[in-house]
Design a protein around this ligand. Structure first.
Ligand SMILES: NC(=O)c1ccc[n+]([C@@H]2O[C@H](COP(=O)([O-])OP(=O)(O)OC[C@H]3O[C@@H](n4cnc5c(N)ncnc54)[C@H](O)[C@@H]3O)[C@@H](O)[C@H]2O)c1
Length: 264
């Protein structure tokens, strides 16, 4: 029960439909198993409600709320709802991220760039903008952003890469600016994970079977030649959210089976 008596918001707590579990859903479930009360926010409320049902079936505490992270009023609204329902906010877990349609600058449409930066980077700014005053008042809090090793590794998907690199910088700035309030801000950079957004998404985009996509991704991972799962991200998130990580802030933690450590 490492998160006993804590209140968490998980933004992007639903999931893309698919064979496996997504990062946001697994994290919300693990937060609840560790004793947190969890507000589940998602643009698709029906998907957040599925996560809520899983948590309630296990005896945990959760409720849902519709919200789009790229809309300022939505971010303010779910922040207020969390305080109304649970009285405080100890943890903000920002999981939302999209990544389709971008390549190099020549091939990437302006609309794709704008949408990706809007959701991935502006969304992270807006969620923290509204949650931070509550955390400052309490003189404590833990913010976790789900970035990607794309932020630091070579990747020809410029909008996704730039949005995640921006997120790393945003987190570092928040960490330094809010340390005096006892607030920590950290980033998890997942590598290749076996989640629906990756497997189902890529297999549709490049017209290959899920097995072919999995084999190609597994082969790139140094540790055991196997992708990670959403539970690997969730376990790292529980640690960073908990008091066990009380002296850790401003960190970008790869959860990638060593992929980002391989140079050359
Ligand atoms: N799977 C991987 O291999 C991998 C690798 C690196 C990083 N990531 C990162 O992991 C995160 C996503 O993981 P997941 O498995 O939970 O994905 P997911 O697609 O299963 O879940 C994301 C949820 O966010 C919601 N969402 C999308 N846009 C939203 C918006 N504007 N406002 C509110 N909610 C919105 C979706 O409805 C969905 O339920 C992303 O940040 C992604 O960049 C994944």
């Amino acid at each position: 029960m490492r998160l006993e008596n804590k209140v968490a918001i998980v933004v992007g707590a639903g999931q893309t439909p698919g064979e496996t579990i997504g990062n946001g859903r697994a994290t919300a479930i693990l937060f609840a198993r560790e004793g947190a009360q969890v507000l589940l926010v998602d643009k698709r409320i029906e998907s957040a409600l599925e996560t809520e049902q899983i948590i309630k079936d296990e005896g945990g505490t959760a409720s849902s709320c519709a919200g789009d992270v790229s809309v300022d009023a939505d971010c303010l609204a779910f922040t207020n709802i969390c305080v109304e329902r649970y009285g405080k906010i100890d943890i903000l877990h920002h999981n939302v991220g999209i990544g389709v349609g971008d390549r190099g600058p020549i091939e990437t449409a302006e609309s794709v760039w704008d949408k990706m930066l809007d959701v991935n980077l502006k969304g992270a700014f807006l969620t923290s903008k509204h949650v931070l005053p509550i955390m400052r008042e309490a003189n404590s809090g833990s913010i976790i952003f789900i970035s990607s090793i794309a932020a630091i590794c070579s990747m020809n998907a410029i909008a996704y890469k730039a949005s995640k690199a921006g997120m790393n910088s945003l987190s570092q700035a928040i960490a330094i600016d809010n340390a005096r309030f006892g607030i920590r801000s950290n980033v998890i950079m997942p590598g290749l994970m076996d989640t629906p957004i990756a497997i189902e998404g890529i297999s549709k985009a490049i017209n290959k079977t899920r097995q072919q996509v999995r084999a190609r991704r597994d082969a790139q991972v140094p540790l055991g030649s196997k992708m990670g799962t959403a539970w690997d991200v969730a376990n790292a998130a529980v640690f960073l959210a908990s008091d066990d990580a009380g002296f850790i802030t401003g960190v970008n933690l790869p959860v990638d089976g060593g992929q980002s450590a391989r140079i050359g």
